[in-house]
Design a protein around this ligand. Sequence first.
Ligand SMILES: C[S@@+](CC[C@H](N)C(=O)[O-])C[C@H]1O[C@@H](n2cnc3c(N)ncnc32)[C@H](O)[C@@H]1O
Length: 195
Amino acid sequence: MALRQRLDLLRWELRQVKQLIGAHRSRHSSFDARAATWDTPEKVQRAVWVGDEIRQFAWFRAAPEAMGRCLDFGCGTGLLSFELQKHCRHVTGLDESSGMVEVMQEKICAAGLGSKMMATKSPLATLGDFDLIVSLLCIHHVRDCQAQLGELARHLSRGGRVVIVDFEATENARLFHKKSEAKGDHYEHDGCLGM
Ligand SMILES: C[S@@+](CC[C@H](N)C(=O)[O-])C[C@H]1O[C@@H](n2cnc3c(N)ncnc32)[C@H](O)[C@@H]1O
């Protein structure tokens, strides 16, 4: 085979491999593989701490039993959702990882909370409006944060609240992430935090 033909063949094979990798990535998040072992004492403690911080807000203290519909965006296995469920009429955990959603749904069933909690991968556009939207350590995974926050804001009911707990561009965030994940002041990666 002529050199040119071999090169064309190699290029074609490379394109096939890239397409396969792309398809695999779009269907599977690296969080899928981590879902079953996600709940460590440290992460549970972190969710308790964040829940306690949310409970300190004056607007929360004014109506601790009446938070209405809550969305936990990037819920993972639902650690924060479970922390907040007793204060809310209903909590929806939304995550793009099937593995995380499955684990959260199993936990909901095991706790007998199927009537007031659900875990889903469904598009936000199909989920309606929320009185409280929380997000713990998810937004730094999102490529276009501004667009994402805009979308979340459109799903907030009148007088609703959004609480985002995430990294700022601090030294700590820089230590926590690989240099290759930096996009200006922002970090992008898909799992592998080693938390
Ligand atoms: C670091 S984990 C945090 C999980 C959970 N909030 C916790 O504190 O245990 C980030 C989660 O965000 C999810 N995620 C990342 N990008 C997302 C997106 N665009 N929409 C929904 N979930 C996303 C990941 O699948 C992952 O479960």
